[in-house]
Design a protein around this ligand. Sequence first.
Ligand SMILES: Cc1cc2nc3c(=O)[nH]c(=O)nc-3n(C[C@H](O)[C@H](O)[C@H](O)COP(=O)(O)OP(=O)(O)OC[C@H]3O[C@@H](n4cnc5c(N)ncnc54)[C@H](O)[C@@H]3O)c2cc1C
Length: 378
Amino acid sequence: MPVDRLLPSDESRELIALTCDIADKVLDPIVDEHERDEKYPEGVFAQLGQAGLLSLPQPEEWGGGGQTYEVYLQVLEEIAARWAAVAVAVSVHSLSSHPLLAYGTDEQKQRWLPGMLSGSQIGAYSLSEPQAGSDAAALRCSATRSGDGYVLNGSKAWITHGGKADFYTLFARTGEGSRGVSCFLVPGNLDGLTFGKPEEKMGLHAVPTTSAFYDNALLNADRLIGSEGQGLSIAFSALDSGRLGIAAVAVGIAQAALNEAVRYANERTTFGRKIIDHQGLGFLLADMAAAVVSARATYLDAARRRDAGLTYSTHASVAKLIATDAAMKVTTDAVQVFGGAGYTRDYRVERFMREAKITQIFEGTNQIQRMVIARAMG
Ligand SMILES: Cc1cc2nc3c(=O)[nH]c(=O)nc-3n(C[C@H](O)[C@H](O)[C@H](O)COP(=O)(O)OP(=O)(O)OC[C@H]3O[C@@H](n4cnc5c(N)ncnc54)[C@H](O)[C@@H]3O)c2cc1C
């Protein structure tokens, strides 16, 4: 059931149609098997990169698609509706290139951006550590000046695409306190960098999430992005955009769950009629549809503010909070619509419910989003 979108131009309508076509032909046929068997989708990111879908919001002068966030996020939503793990990795790839784009020198951009934006180099974002998730300023992984480079030591945690990505946007400690964190662009094959085994997650099985370990890994000084000590503000500014990506992913998951629930409710009969015709269930579906539409409107509002050059940090937190809570509620209700069948792996709704849960946790838990929103009012 295609989403009836209000899009700004013919070009954006064609882009959404292209995305749906690729998602239906490339992602949808293999998603169930890969998620069940925890199999990495080899070749899929290369295909998305060739279609230009890995760099939509970045400027054309650096090889990006020059699209607005309003359009990019709706593309991401369509990918998420077919395969959340792939959409999350696409969003994280964009998140990981943001620091170089926004804070890198022209020389750094010329060197590394074309590979990232063509999708031939997949990126990961490495802020979290075992003891530093919500409290990012508690990170300990160190980058110590040595000659004309830095020596990296310590552990990072929870890296989406860990071990598979070609580069890692790393946040490491170069000094004391919250002003003692710096941002680096680390090649995936750096000597002294190793990865843990993939976490055994509730969902997003096809794309690994791992720890990373730095053991006296020597990094050239030209891989410092921005200035020393600027790392946390770079990390948080990247997360403002990243949270919009997660909001769009959540809406995609919720829309997919709603579609499945509506289809089933029109097929399944009890007491001599389709279950959608029982008012109790019809109203449940109506509330699900209302939650999806309003969550989409919330992320689009934040995206349009970003596109217009207005402040949008609080709006991004609102969008992430509203969209991911909506996804959790809608996917849980979709399982309910399926009755006993919804609690089995025979239908996709149980996967959607597992996938929705993580959107409330990563890129700032929803408790942290509430802190951001409350602080803006204080
Ligand atoms: C599948 C997956 C993928 C991830 N991908 C990445 C990635 O690519 N890169 C990356 O850097 N990180 C990634 N993360 C890490 C993720 O961002 C963190 O897990 C998240 O920020 C929460 O941190 P934590 O797990 O340490 O929980 P904690 O910070 O320990 O929080 C535990 C609980 O306490 C609550 N809490 C904490 N502080 C407060 C407070 N002040 N007020 C109220 N409640 C509070 C939290 O909301 C949460 O409910 C990923 C995590 C997962 C599970």
